[in-house]
Structures are given as C-alpha cells and as structure tokens.
Ligand binder design. Structure first.
Ligand code: TMP
Ligand code: ASP
Length: 237
C-alpha cells in the first residue's frame, strides 16, 4: 500500500489517497479545535493517542458485529480505512446530561437519561452544526429513511458495547458522536471514536477525562486521554 496525495484536511485529521482506490490513510494530527474551529491549539502526543485509541475502539466494535471503516494501524499517527461516501449527519447518544443538551433545555448537568437520547446534527461548522431531524435529512437528501434507521440502530448498538467497556474500567460514557458512510449498499461507521468526540467521566469522582478539559480550560487534556486509554488497556509509547 502506497500513500498518495492529500484529499482532504479536517480540524484534527487529514485524509490521503492510496494506490488502492477503495482505501484511504487517516492521519491523526496534534491539532485540537473546539467551538467549531473557533479555538485551535496543538496538543503534543494527541495524534498518536487518538490514533491508537480509535484503533482499539474500532476493533472492539468490529468484534461486536458493528461494521467500521477501520482496517488497521499503519504508524503511530496513521490508520488505513475503507473509502466511504460520508453522510453529513452526526448521530449523538447521551446517557447522562451535559453540553449542548443542558444549554438548550436548561437541564442540569449529570442527570441519568433513561432511555438514552438520540439526536442528529448537520455537519456544518459555518452553521455551528445545527440540530436537525429525520424529516429534514430525508427532504434535503442527506440520507434516506432506511439509512437513518440503520444509523440509529448502529448508534444504539455501539452504546451497549462501549457503555459496558467504560463501566468495567471505572468510567462513565456520558455521550458521544458518530459519523457514518456508505460502502456499496452498506452503512458503515466512519470517522473516529476518541476522547475528542465523546464525554467520559470517572465513575467515582465524575472527573472529566475528555475534550471538555480543552473546551473548559481545565488543563491536563492529553494526560486525561491517556489515562482513559490505559484504564481500557491501551498501550501508548
Ligand atoms: P454536544 O453536547 O456539544 O451536543 O455534544 C454531544 C457529544 O457529541 C459530545 O461528546 C461531543 C460530541 N460532538 C462532537 O464531537 N462534534 C460535534 O460536531 C457534535 C455536534 C458533537
Ligand atoms: N469538534 C468541534 C470543533 O472542533 C466541536 C467541539 O468539539 O467543540 O470545533
């Protein structure tokens, strides 16, 4: 496999073509952004930590029968993935109230949400990723009703797998965002799963161990990501 030209660069990752038209290389950079790119910083080791973290989680999900684009680690900061036709709608599940849910509904942070909530957001930084719904997604052609239904089912399946994984390691999976794409006629999990796109709290102390440390200026961002990883059994260099 040969890495070719850069196809796309996002806020924290870049995508490269390869000599195989159906496979891309994902490069996890140290760049960290919040508030739809308004705040940006380089955090040493983040690329490596998130690449390994994502690889570990994607393998757990595959093992549980959830189709993902992940094919394997290529280097400390690169992974090989299947090419997907990405759907521009983000799926968010919340087990505990935090973030935009609290701001939007005036709900107090830290309440258990039973059953867990499911929300859709349009992937559009310029519009600050507005909340959308199935009807809008279908009318504007972002995804079909059948695709949205598969995305929802898969997002809940991911919740079952990851909630227990984090729980067994003394952590609470508060919420997370997933992105999906099409591979032939199949809906496949794409993008990444890392502490950049989810909220994780220590079960006993409720200490924040995810990107909220960056968003809220709490410090020790990557130290917290690494601690989450180590508790799950991930080896970092
Ligand atoms: P929110 O509370 O800001 O709506 O985010 C819910 C969860 O989804 C949180 O773990 C962060 C993640 N998320 C992203 O990583 N990127 C996004 O664009 C959105 C909308 C959510
Ligand atoms: N991922 C988005 C950004 O980088 C939103 C966030 O995490 O606050 O701007």
């Amino acid at each position: 496999m040969e890495k070719r030209e850069e196809l796309y660069t996002g806020k924290a990752k870049s995508v490269y073509r390869t000599d195989d038209p159906d496979r891309f290389v994902l490069l996890f950079r140290d760049d960290t952004s919040a508030f739809d790119g308004e705040r940006k910083e380089q955090l040493n080791r983040k690329g490596m930590v998130n690449n390994r973290f994502n690889g570990f989680i994607m393998e757990k999900l595959e093992a549980a029968g959830i189709p993902t684009h992940f094919e394997g680690l290529l280097s400390p900061v690169e992974s090989l993935v299947k090419k997907l036709d990405m759907i521009p709608v983000e799926c968010v599940i919340r087990n505990v109230s935090a973030g935009s849910l609290c701001r939007r509904l005036g709900v107090e942070e830290g309440q258990n949400l039973t059953p867990p909530t499911f929300e859709l957001f349009l992937k559009n930084d310029a519009l600050h990723d507005p909340m959308v719904n199935e009807s809008l997604a279908i009318t504007f052609g972002w995804a079909s009703a059948d695709e949205l239904s598969q995305m929802k089912t898969l997002t809940y399946q991911v919740n079952e797998v990851l909630k227990s994984l984090f729980d067994a390691a003394g952590m609470l999976l508060v919420d997370y965002k997933l992105e999906f794409g099409r591979s032939g006629d199949k809906i496949v999990l794409g993008d990444e799963f890392s502490p950049d796109g989810c909220r994780i709290w220590d079960k006993a102390t409720r200490k924040k161990m995810d990107k909220d440390r960056f968003r809220q200026g709490l410090g020790n961002v990557i130290e917290a990501y690494e601690e989450v990883g180590r508790r799950l059994g991930i080896q970092f260099d």
